[in-house]
Every structure is written in structure tokens, then in C-alpha cells.
Write a protein that binds this ligand. Structure first.
Ligand SMILES: Cc1cc2nc3c(=O)[nH]c(=O)nc-3n(C[C@H](O)[C@H](O)[C@H](O)COP(=O)(O)OP(=O)(O)OC[C@H]3O[C@@H](n4cnc5c(N)ncnc54)[C@H](O)[C@@H]3O)c2cc1C
Length: 425
């Protein structure tokens, strides 16, 4: 399957360039337009806001609450670390959502949700009323899941699991690493944002170090026994970076006991690793606004109705993206974008009586291992009674020829162009 920007955004094509949507839809609803508020302008929230505004043609008043003025995608942030992209190329603004689609973009934090009054409180004061609410705050990091790690420690041992300044910090630290030094990653436990992400990052760091610091070593201290696309990554590390990468599962290192941000030491049940650059990726949970609103369960994430993405705790709220438990779907930007369209369709049907079709979900996660050596894993999903269930899947194979791997990488570049246009217009 080859995904291009054109193919990916096909559903949106009819509206591209349509300008501010002030036409029939808005007129039909007059002053009493239903209000949808979206919390979080990432892969899920930006897509939901855009599709709600675009497809309702002004019939729904859409407000997007997002604190940052520029969103840096985590997707392709590893390619920035590897030297394949600039930081600017993964940064996006909300200007077109406002100017071309009529979304009210409010740059502020949502600090509370009053589910009875149906209002969202803002850090800057005031509150925004809603008829339907989309909650898409992504993840929060559970810093103390790694003893010794904290928000403060992340300036010395970056997680870079939210893209932007953290990613730039990590890249600078790698560039300044002493010759022959050690890069150590503490990988996260399941479930976490982007299952292949840590291992794509190891590949990109190895790619960079092979050129700038070829005697450097990379150690992955993993709380898991296995990881996504493991055979593909291990084959790639052996082929492109022989002897450079050491992966330690929990059964070998015996558990991560503590980290010391001042000395760079990582203490495991087996020994102490002194890192010149430490990348600590702790455990994760739904963004705290979801928890504050009582939408999470004991897993730390939000349970949803598979066909509509409605919160199991509140039918007026849809939770999409990394903050929800989406059955077999992984926590990825592609998944969040796919879930956003399902939620937007369900909300429009409820508020405006528009047609509702059986939901379709899909995901592909590409990873770059070395120049032109891309691999992928993906699936199609349907909404079952209990969960969103995988109906068919695919994965790259070990031993594939170089031409196929290059095509797979090129697909990912087309996908990036497509998904960011689908999110931000
Ligand atoms: C290194 C790395 C590589 C990745 N690579 C890929 C990849 O190749 N492909 C892929 O599909 N996925 C990838 N991902 C995963 C992907 O980035 C996430 O799954 C995706 O961003 C989730 O979308 P989301 O909308 O749930 O959250 P986010 O995209 O994180 O968006 C959440 C937004 O909510 C805002 N927010 C949070 N709290 C509040 C609040 N209280 N009020 C208002 N706004 C709030 C935040 O500022 C943020 O902009 C990668 C992740 C990482 C870390």
C-alpha cells in the first residue's frame, strides 16, 4: 500500500480551499448553533476540530482549547534526532484551522470540566460551555515510576516523549557527548505512546553516532521482555550498527532500581550503568484533565464506547487518542487521527441529524532504521461490542530487499505530509 498526501487526505479533498465556512449549514442553524469544545490540539484533537467544522459547514460552533501556539509532532521527531529532518519541519500552527475552517482556537489550558453544567474551565479564567466535548489531551508522564526521576530531572535526563524543547535538548546532549561515551535509554513499560518509538529512536541515535562518534555505545534498559517489530529492529541494528547497540530485557538487568540525574547513573538489579546521555521514558497515563474530570479508570486511561469513542463515564464526552483505551489499536498519531473522524461523525449525527456510517479505523506505524531502510506494521479495525478489534494486519518481513525498504520509507514521508494536512488544513 502506498500512501501519498493526496490519497491520505482524499476524504478531505472536496473541502480543501473552501475558505471560511459561513454558507448554508451555518444559516440553517441560525443563532442556535450547537457547541462542541475540543480539549487538546494534537493528532486527535486538531483532526476532530477540523472535521467537525469542515463537515458541518458552519452548522456547529467548534472551539479548540490548546495551550501551545506551535505543535511539534512526535511522529518524525526521531528523524530529527537522526538528522533526517529539521525541528522546524515538524512544527505546525493552528492558523488555518481558524482562518479556513472557522474553528475558535483558544490558546489556554483546560483546568477543569463541570460535567453537570457542561462547561470547561480555563487557566486564564472564565469557562466555555459545550453541548458535546472531545477530550484529547494525549498522555501525562508518571515521572516517579522510575525512582529518582522527576519533572526537574527531565532537564538533565530528557524523556523527549512530548516533542519540541525536550527533543532539541536530547539532540544537543547527543551532539555534545564525549567520544566513545554511552547513550542509555530507559524504555517505558506497556501501555505507552508509540510502541515502536523507543526502538526507532535507538536506530536514529545509532545512525547519528555512527557518523559523529563511532566508538560510542548505546544501551537500552527495558522493563519489558519483548517489543514491537523486535526482529526487524534487531536485524537492522546488526546490519547497520554492528556491536553498537545492547538491548537488556528485565530478565537480564533484574529491574530498574533508580536513576541519578546528577551523576547520570542508572542502577539496575544487575549493575550500575554510567550514562553520558540518559534518555528516561517513564510510564504513562491519560493527560491529567481526563483524570480530573473523572473519565479515567484504574488503568489510568479512559474507557470508551467502540463505535463512537464516547466516554463510558459520560455520553456527552468523546475521548480520543492516547488518553483512551482503544482496544487493539496502539497509541499512535495515525490511530488518534482515525478515532477523531469516528468521533466527529458521531457528534455531527447527534447534534445535526447527519448520516452515521459504520466506523472504520486504521493504523500504520512506520519506523526508519537507517537511510532508506523503512519498516512498518499496521492493521484495520472494527468496532465490536466490547472493544475496537483488529480485523487484519500486516508487518514488514526480515530479509526484505533494499528497494522495498526504500519504498516503505517513502510511504512514510507521504503519510506525514497527508496526516499533518488532515490535522491542520
Ligand atoms: C518519539 C515518538 C515517535 C512517534 N512516532 C509516531 C509515528 O511515527 N506514527 C504515529 O502514528 N505516531 C507516532 N507517535 C505517537 C503519536 O505522537 C501520539 O500517539 C499522538 O500524538 C497522540 O495524539 P493525541 O491527540 O492523543 O495527543 P497529542 O498529539 O499529544 O496531543 C495532545 C494535545 O493536548 C494538549 N493538552 C494537554 N492537556 C491539555 C489541557 N489540559 N488543556 C488543553 N490542551 C491540553 C497538548 O498541548 C497537546 O497539544 C510517536 C510518539 C513518540 C513519542
Amino acid at each position: 500500500m502506498r500512501i501519498t498526501r493526496r490519497g491520505f487526505a482524499k476524504g478531505a479533498a472536496a473541502v480543501a480551499g473552501a475558505g471560511l465556512l459561513t454558507g448554508m449549514g451555518r444559516a440553517a442553524y441560525g443563532q442556535a448553533r450547537p457547541k462542541v469544545v475540543v480539549i487538546g490540539g494534537g493528532a486527535g484533537g486538531a483532526t476532530a476540530a477540523r472535521y467537525l467544522a469542515k463537515d458541518s459547514q458552519g452548522g456547529i460552533d467548534v472551539t479548540l482549547i490548546e495551550p501551545t501556539k506551535a505543535y511539534y509532532t512526535c511522529f518524525f521527531s526521531n528523524l530529527y534526532l537522526g538528522g533526517f529532518r529539521s525541528l522546524e519541519s515538524i512544527g505546525h500552527t493552528y492558523d488555518k484551522l481558524a482562518s479556513d475552517f472557522g474553528v475558535n482556537v483558544v490558546h489556554d489550558w483546560a483546568i477543569g470540566i463541570d460535567r453537570d453544567a457542561k462547561t470547561v474551565a480555563l487557566a486564564g479564567g472564565g469557562s466555555v460551555p459545550y453541548d458535546k466535548l472531545v477530550v484529547a489531551p494525549g498522555i501525562d508522564l508518571i515521572y516517579d515510576s522510575v525512582p529518582g526521576y522527576s519533572l526537574e530531572a527531565s532537564s538533565l535526563m530528557p524523556h523527549a516523549w512530548k516533542a519540541g524543547t525536550q527533543t532539541a535538548l536530547l539532540k544537543n546532549k547527543i551532539a555534545a557527548m564525549r567520544e566513545g561515551g554511552t547513550f542509555a535509554m530507559v524504555a517505558p513499560p506497556n501501555p505507552y505512546r508509540c510502541p515502536p518509538g523507543p526502538y526507532e529512536r535507538i536506530s536514529m541515535v545509532a545512525h547519528l553516532l555512527k557518523q559523529s562518534n563511532p566508538t560510542a555505545k548505546i544501551v537500552v534498559i527495558d522493563p519489558k521482555e519483548a517489543f514491537s517489530k523486535q526482529a526487524l529492529f534487531m536485524e537492522g541494528w546488526e546490519k547497520h550498527y554492528p556491536g553498537m547497540v545492547e538491548w537488556l530485557p528485565a530478565s537480564i538487568h533484574g529491574g530498574i532500581e533508580s536513576v541519578d540525574p546528577q551523576t547520570g547513573e542508572i542502577v539496575t538489579g544487575l549493575d550500575t550503568i554510567k550514562a553520558d546521555v540518559a534518555n528516561i521514558i517513564p510510564a504513562q497515563k491519560a493527560g491529567r484533565i481526563a483524570e480530573a474530570a473523572g473519565l479515567t479508570n484504574e488503568s489510568g486511561y479512559c474507557a470508551i464506547e467502540p463505535a463512537t469513542m464516547q466516554s463510558k463515564a459520560d455520553a456527552n464526552i468523546h475521548v480520543i487518542g492516547d488518553a483512551c483505551i482503544a482496544g487493539d489499536m496502539p497509541k499512535s498519531g495515525f490511530s488518534a487521527n482515525s478515532q477523531a473522524k469516528v468521533a466527529a461523525m458521531a457528534i455531527r449525527a447527534d447534534l445535526t441529524g447527519s448520516s452515521k456510517f459504520p466506523p472504520r479505523f486504521s493504523n500504520t506505524c512506520w519506523s526508519l532504521i537507517a537511510t532508506d531502510d523503512g519498516v512498518k506494521v499496521g492493521a484495520r479495525y472494527e468496532a465490536g461490542e466490547e472493544k475496537i478489534a483488529s480485523v487484519d494486519s500486516f508487518i514488514s518481513q526480515t530479509g526484505e530487499d533494499a528497494a522495498l525498504r526504500k519504498t516503505t520509507y517513502e510511504e512514510s514521508v507521504g503519510w506525514y505530509e497527508g496526516i499533518t494536512a488532515d490535522m491542520f488544513g
